[in-house]
Design a binder for this molecule. Structure first.
Ligand SMILES: [Ca+2]
Length: 226
């Protein structure tokens, strides 16, 4: 498999109708990385060899490379809120995949998403995503939530989490929801409100909502195939 390096200013890979795992590593301008560090912790190798290692390890989707010492650090993007600050001569490269044509590429958080402004209840919103081959979006970290709070028009949006097995969980991962993603006082009706949306009521933080009573916008996510 060939490995491609692309800077932020270079042209994107060819668009595809569906996500393809293309193993393009893009230099990311962010100076912090949310991470789980993978073995080997430190190794000295060329940038290309570092990328090849990351490509070979299924969990690895980003790496740091030190241009002075040729140190290579491999990471899996984490949902555990751990952040590593770095600066030159370290450079962060993140595995990149092409978004479907009509999806927005949120490169800094590694998400392809599409906002639907048609109003639908949560179930119908999910069906619309699924019929297109996707699902409602998983916004499982503060960095992702902050991205959407900064980029979404002030409105209400169904997202991909609901109450399952007694807990609120993300559809895509099955993980429970981090407590710091909820709006103030939420979940406030967890026995009757079993679906989740970003609402103006909760300042675009997570809010438990009734699954059929609310006609909101919604956001589908195109995820990289496993
Ligand atoms: Ca609520």
């Amino acid at each position: 498999m060939s490995i491609v390096f692309a800077g932020p200013g270079s042209s994107p890979p060819p668009e595809a109708s569906r996500i393809k795992r293309t193993t393009v590593f893009k230099k990311v301008s962010s100076e912090s990385v949310s991470y789980t560090q993978l073995e080997p912790r430190f190794s000295i190798k060329s940038k290309l060899a570092c990328a090849a290692d990351c490509d070979r390890i299924v969990d690895c989707d980003q790496f740091l490379f030190n241009t002075d010492t040729a140190n290579c650090l491999l990471f899996r993007t984490g949902s555990n809120q751990e952040h590593l600050l770095f600066s030159a001569p370290w450079i962060l490269f993140r595995e990149h995949f092409t978004c479907p044509n009509d999806f927005t590429d949120a490169l800094t958080i590694g998400i392809c998403y599409k906002i639907y402004t048609q109003n639908a209840n949560w179930y119908n919103a999910r069906s619309t995503c699924q019929e297109a081959g996707y699902d409602l979006i998983m916004i499982d970290t503060l960095s992702k939530l902050n991205y959407f709070k900064n980029n979404l028009p002030w409105d209400d949006y169904h997202i991909g989490a609901w109450k399952s097995g007694g807990d609120f969980r993300w559809l895509s991962s099955g993980s429970t929801i981090d407590s710091n993603l909820w709006g103030s006082g939420c979940p406030d009706n967890p026995n009757s409100e079993k679906c989740i949306a970003l609402t103006t009521f909760s300042s675009l933080n997570l809010n438990d909502i009734h699954c059929t009573n609310y006609a909101f916008n919604f956001i589908c996510e195109a995820r990289e195939p496993k």
